[in-house]
Ligand binder design. Structure first.
Ligand code: UDP
Ligand code: MG
Length: 318
């Protein structure tokens, strides 16, 4: 019997655990030929999430609870889940039912047809503001232009991964993770399914614009060095213009003498050059920051408890 692990990162999701569990049961009843494991990754929730999960674990041993030592963010919660998943395939699912568990049946079908990564693409995005839709659309278009790996648009982390993909992802131990790009980076045979993304079943979104901007910068700095290239090119262009202008001024002064005007042009030059320099420094700083973080070589996360067992920091699981 093949085993499927459902990895569910959950952070302060006490309101939805009940509905989610029911939905998982309904889904697994439709797939009687498979064994299931519901691996909840409690990402340092401060509410009753863990208590609710323990309640379900008591009646259903398929419920596995991996409690991280603090809130690390969804990207890290996912890799922790992948590290502990034991299934032949792993489905990554949001706790808030925005990703319908009913779609898993179809994912499994395509998995059996030989696909390694069956991902769900949003046909529509209900309950999201137009600003979020537009920014995300522009962002993906820009990122795609600057990187060679094909990125999947309107696709979240909701997908079924074959064991091969999971083992590949587990080898990517970068600390600032942009998992969406990693899914593409590892390659393997991909299949796209369409679905309508639902509004949250209950509770509030954990994302705000600051988070999203951070993730967006992560996307660029972890998958392309094009911003560095742009700042180099901009530097060259500006230097050439400045050089030409220098010669123009020199000749003008030699031929006609100096007339002490030129305050506007001077100001424009200083401001423009200053701006370009600051932007370039910022871009370099972003990459430098990444190098700094990666060079510390810290573990990605620590586990507080796995099911009822306390986990010591030195215990390695992969
Ligand atoms: N999540 C998490 N850690 C966090 C933030 C979110 O594990 O620090 C989980 C959250 O519980 C949910 C999933 O990531 O299962 C997606 O989060 P959310 O629904 O808030 O994001 P959105 O769907 O609005 O993009
Ligand atoms: Mg959500």
């Amino acid at each position: 019997m093949k085993k499927i692990t459902i990895v569910i990162p959950a952070y302060n999701e006490e309101e939805v655990i009940g509905v989610l569990y029911e939905a998982l049961i309904a889904m697994s009843q439709k797939l009687p030929l498979y064994a299931f494991e519901y691996l909840f990754v409690d990402d340092g929730s401060a509410d009753g999430t863990l208590m609710h999960l323990n309640h379900y674990r008591q009646k259903d041993q398929r419920v596995q609870i991996l409690a991280l030592s603090r809130n690390y963010g969804k990207e890290t919660a996912m890799i922790a889940g992948l590290d502990y998943a034991t299934g032949d395939a792993v489905v990554i699912l949001d706790a808030d039912l925005q990703d319908p568990p009913a779609l898993i049946e179809e994912m499994v079908y395509w998995w059996e047809q030989g696909y390694d990564d069956v991902y769900a693409k949003r046909r529509s995005r209900k309950g999201e503001s137009w600003l979020k839709k537009i920014t995300s659309q522009r962002y993906y278009a820009m990122l795609q232009k600057t990187t060679r790996i094909p990125l999947q648009r309107d696709t979240g982390d909701f997908r079924l991964l074959d064991r091969r993909c999971v083992d590949a992802l587990k080898q990517m131990r970068e600390t600032q993770r942009y998992t969406k790009g990693l899914f593409s980076w590892i390659g393997y045979k991909k299949k796209e399914l369409l679905f309508d993304r639902q509004p949250r079943a209950a509770g509030k979104t954990k994302w705000n614009y600051l988070n999203l901007i951070n993730l967006a910068i992560e996307g660029f700095t972890s998958f392309t060095t094009v911003p560095l290239r742009i700042s180099t090119v901009a530097g060259f262009i500006v230097s050439i213009i400045a050089f030409i202008y220098m010669i123009v001024i020199l000749i003008k002064t030699l031929l006609f003498g100096s007339d002490v005007s030129g305050y506007p042009s001077l100001m424009i030059m200083i401001l423009f050059l200053g701006g370009i320099q600051l932007i370039s420094l910022g871009v370099i700083g972003e990459y430098l920051g990444r190098i700094f973080n990666e060079s510390k070589n810290r573990p990605l996360y620590f586990i507080d408890q796995f099911n009822d067992k306390k986990i010591d920091p030195q215990q390695k699981k992969n």
